[in-house]
Design a binder for this molecule. Structure first.
Ligand code: IPM
Ligand code: MG
Length: 363
């Protein structure tokens, strides 16, 4: 079969990690007899430099014309990069938010899983992690809430005053809740819905709609949890979570926290989906401009994102399994990038890690 993949390499370490994911995808194509056609699309800082804006209409159209989008990372150093002297709507991150909105990617799936091999990199004490470790998915609403509400900076009574608005309607809440309960049905059948219903109206509506959706899934156990408590529970007892369902900003923050306890943010993939099987796949980490071009980046999060892409958008389950197994095989051979390096292991650069994973792919 032939598939069209839009490739956004992006900024910082983005190009290096995407190249390694493409290496692994090409190996999949060879072993399983597929054809992947890649279409380069510019976004973020690279698009600002080439086109003056972080996302062009042509770039959106090219993504829409593809079966799925694979992305590295975007953005630069916010204190030193000239991109951050531009007005906010012209900065790299604005391109990503616009792309998510234009493609309707409301459901962001961020798995956080502790590999046995990486237990020593986990910053949480052994007695908390126990023998079972943890394996959770954060389902983050991605196109509503505070990141998409009206914002303005004005002068009120002589004081400069900044306002952001947090809005959700019931349909936005319902569709993400359904995705979360659907995913839970394929896992350990538990959902924790995270909000701040003791303060926010949007959270009180969130609770009501989640309760309605939950009623359609009698097999799924579920509960509400306040976001501040959830932040604490993630380090106190991460093993309790299966699917965490939450709104945009809470999901942004909690997913970084969840990724850190896996030992390295360099391991975590993500998928952003719309109502169809179309999706954008990107590592959960940022563009790490400090190590860009040094061959030190960990390409595993992007490679695992490519596996999610095969599974969710292209329906190639066996191929996705093969990539995930290859990553495990490489880790159990003691091969590590610097961010997950530990005693007795062999340290590899970004390219060599991509080579090692590609070499493990077989039918
Ligand atoms: C993420 C990032 C983005 C977000 C930024 C770059 C806009 O932090 O994907 O988590 O907040 O969604
Ligand atoms: Mg984030």
């Amino acid at each position: 079969m032939s598939y069209r993949i839009a490739l956004i390499k992006g900024d910082g370490i983005g190009p290096e990690i995407v190249d390694e994911a493409v290496k692994v995808l090409n190996r999949i194509a060879e072993v399983y007899g597929h054809q992947f056609e890649y279409e380069r699309v510019l976004m973020g800082g690279e698009s600002i430099d080439a086109c003056g804006i972080p996302l062009t209409d042509e770039a959106i159209a090219a993504c829409k014309a593809s079966d799925c989008v694979l992305m590295g990372s975007i953005g630069g150093n916010t204190s030193t990069s000239p991109w951050y002297k531009l007005e906010p709507s012209l900065r790299p991150e604005a391109g990503l938010l616009k792309l998510r909105k234009s493609l309707g990617l409301f459901a962001n799936i961020r798995p956080a899983y502790l590999y046995d091999e990486l237990k020593s990199a986990c910053p949480i004490k052994d007695e908390i992690i126990g023998s079972q470790g943890f394996d959770m998915v954060i389902m983050r609403e991605l196109t509503g809430g505070l990141y998409f509400g009206a914002r303005q900076t004005t002068v009120e009574n002589g004081l400069v005053t900044a306002t952001d608005t947090l809005t959700y309607n019931e349909a936005e809440i319902r569709r993400i809740a359904i995705k979360a309960f659907d995913i839970a049905m394929k896992r350990r059948k538990n959902v924790v819905s995270v909000d701040k219903a003791n303060v926010l109206d949007s959270s009180r509506l969130w609770r009501k709609i989640v309760e309605e959706v939950a009623a359609d899934y009698p097999e799924v156990t579920w509960s509400h949890m306040l976001v501040d408590n959830c932040a604490m529970q993630l380090v106190k007892n991460p093993g309790q979570f299966d699917v965490i369902l939450t709104e945009n900003m809470f999901g942004d923050i909690l997913s970084d926290e969840a990724s850190e306890i896996t030992g390295s943010i360099g391991m975590l993939s993500s998928a952003s989906l719309n109502e169809t099987s179309f999706g954008l796949y990107e590592p959960s980490h940022g563009s790490a401009p400090d190590i860009a071009g040094t061959d030190q980046a960990n390409p595993i999060a992007t490679i695992l994102s490519a596996a999610m892409m095969l599974r969710y958008s292209l329906n190639l389950d066996a191929e996705a399994d093969a990539i995930e197994a290859a990553v495990k095989a490489v880790l159990s051979k003691g091969l590590r990038t610097v961010d997950i390096m530990s005693e007795g292991c062999t340290q590899l650069g970004c390219k060599a890690m991509g080579d090692a994973i590609a070499a493990e792919i077989s039918k």
